[in-house]
Design a protein. Structure first.
Length: 144
């Protein structure tokens, strides 16, 4: 499926497939995959140094990031949390765009983008929804 996608979606699908494979080999537990952290440097001028430090610290602590994702996890579609709408994202001065992906009727994960509050929300929502849909399709194919 990844071979037919655009480069950005292709890379995300390959990484997600690898993480899903590893997650099914061990005990069932929550995991967070962090990718693209270097891209945050592109927006560093818009964010204060202390804001970036708090964001990076949370990204380094898997359980803290899992808690944030569980707090904002959408039930069915894309959810956008902007700045102060969540205590953690407010502390970062950041936003999260997230969407669930499923295997059958069960939600098996959440995929999202962390970015500045002035990000291109339409593009982020479109990308997150597309990757979540592809992961859901791949999960359905794997069940067969």
């Amino acid at each position: 499926m990844a071979a037919t996608e655009t480069p950005g979606v292709h890379d995300v699908l390959l990484v997600a497939a690898d993480v899903l494979r590893m997650a099914t080999e061990g005990e069932r537990a929550g995991h967070v995959l962090i990718g693209g952290v270097a891209n945050l440097a592109d927006d560093a001028q818009a964010w204060r140094r202390d804001t970036l430090r708090r964001l990076f610290e949370t990204l380094e602590r898997e359980q803290d990031m899992l808690q944030v994702l569980q707090d904002i996890a959408p039930a069915d579609d894309v959810r956008v949390t902007i700045g102060d709408e969540h205590p953690t994202t407010g502390e970062w001065g950041a936003s999260i765009v997230a969407a669930p992906f499923k295997a059958g009727d069960a939600t098996v994960g959440t995929i999202g983008i962390v970015g500045p509050t002035r990000m291109d929300y339409l593009a982020a929502m479109t990308a997150v929804r597309a990757v979540a849909d592809r992961l859901t399709e791949a999960s359905g194919d794997a069940e067969r």
